[in-house]
Design a protein around this ligand. Structure first.
Ligand code: C2E
Ligand code: CA
Ligand code: CA
Length: 269
């Protein structure tokens, strides 16, 4: 029964993605990223949510993999790019502060030779500065000799975008691939924080990853920070940026901007 259910859900996702995009059932949530030193907001990560009339609230765990599997993820990711650009341009027109946003891309997106051009076109359409957009690629998508991926990443880079390596250490590709790619930021996967309290090994590992990233010319951001203890440790050990429930969950843009307006979040741009 559960398999049939799963299959039905997959079918539903594939059959309804176009409608969901058209009717704006896909929402962009934003999670705060803070500067470790100041504890103030320095960036946002755009994360997709699907608020479906039939299924209710769907999280990425429900639909990302299916969209990837059926080659539909490009639509979703370009929709998120468009929403984020539109949102930034509205804020720009109102003279409000502009906070950089990082965007998630799947390996499948890079199969479209146009990815870098499509993103570029969208930013131009809305008059958005490239410095406001970071391109996230998960470590699991990297492999050696992937010339296509490298070519498109180079194109992004030469167009002026920062490249962020997502989920570093989640355990797919290993350290070796770091030799072959250039990233500006390493996002350290949250699994390194599990059992952080009372585990001296976890601390040694984190500390050395931060040092290694620095030596490879990358800044670091640690994800999944839920406790002040972890935050203080990361700050003391030179991690520049922090993301996690300690500073806020992903939330709708309106809620986030309200929190900026009321001073719950202060900006460090
Ligand atoms: P991710 O890119 O690693 O995003 C971070 C995930 O960790 C988010 O889950 C976020 O809600 C969660 N998280 C953040 N802070 C904490 C914390 O302190 N504790 C815990 N336990 N979790 C935390 P979310 O939004 O469910 O997204 C899951 C994954 O789905 C993302 O992982 C990303 O790989 C993918 N995804 C989300 N939106 C998109 C999208 O628009 N396009 C693509 N291609 N992938 C997306
Ligand atoms: Ca991400
Ligand atoms: Ca991540």
């Amino acid at each position: 029964a559960s398999m049939a259910n799963n299959f039905q859900k997959k079918q539903y996702i594939i059959n309804n993605i176009d409608e969901a995009i058209k009717n704006e059932h896909i929402k962009v949530y934003y999670q705060p990223v803070v500067n470790a030193a100041s504890g103030k907001l320095c960036g946002l990560e755009a994360l997709a949510r699907w608020e479906d009339p039939q299924y209710g609230f769907l999280s990425p765990a429900d639909f990302i993999q299916t969209l990837e599997e059926y080659y539909q993820i490009y639509k979703l990711d370009m929709f998120v790019v468009e929403k984020v650009c539109r949102n930034l341009s509205q804020r720009k027109n109102r003279g409000m502060p502009l906070i950089p946003v990082s965007l998630n891309f799947s390996r499948r997106d890079f199969d479209s030779l146009n990815l870098a051009d499509d993103v570029e076109a969208c930013l131009q359409k809305y008059g958005i500065d490239k410095k406001l957009i970071h391109i996230e690629v998960t470590e699991s998508t990297l492999s050696e000799n992937d010339e296509k991926l490298k070519e498109i990443l180079r194109r992004f880079r030469s167009n002026g975008y920062a490249l962020w390596l997502d989920d570093f250490g989640a355990g797919y590709s290993g350290l070796n691939v770091l030799k072959e790619y250039d990233f500006d930021m390493m996002k350290i996967d949250m699994k390194f924080l599990s059992g952080f309290s009372g585990n001296t090994k976890a601390r040694h590992i984190l500390k050395n990853i931060i040092t290694m990233a620095k030596e490879l010319d990358m800044s670091t951001l640690t994800e999944g920070v839920e406790t002040d203890e972890a935050y203080q440790f990361l700050k003391e050990n030179g991690c520049e940026q922090i993301q996690g429930y300690l500073f806020g969950r992903p939330m709708p843009g309106a809620e986030l901007y309200e929190k900026i307006k009321t001073g719950i979040y202060q900006l460090d741009l």
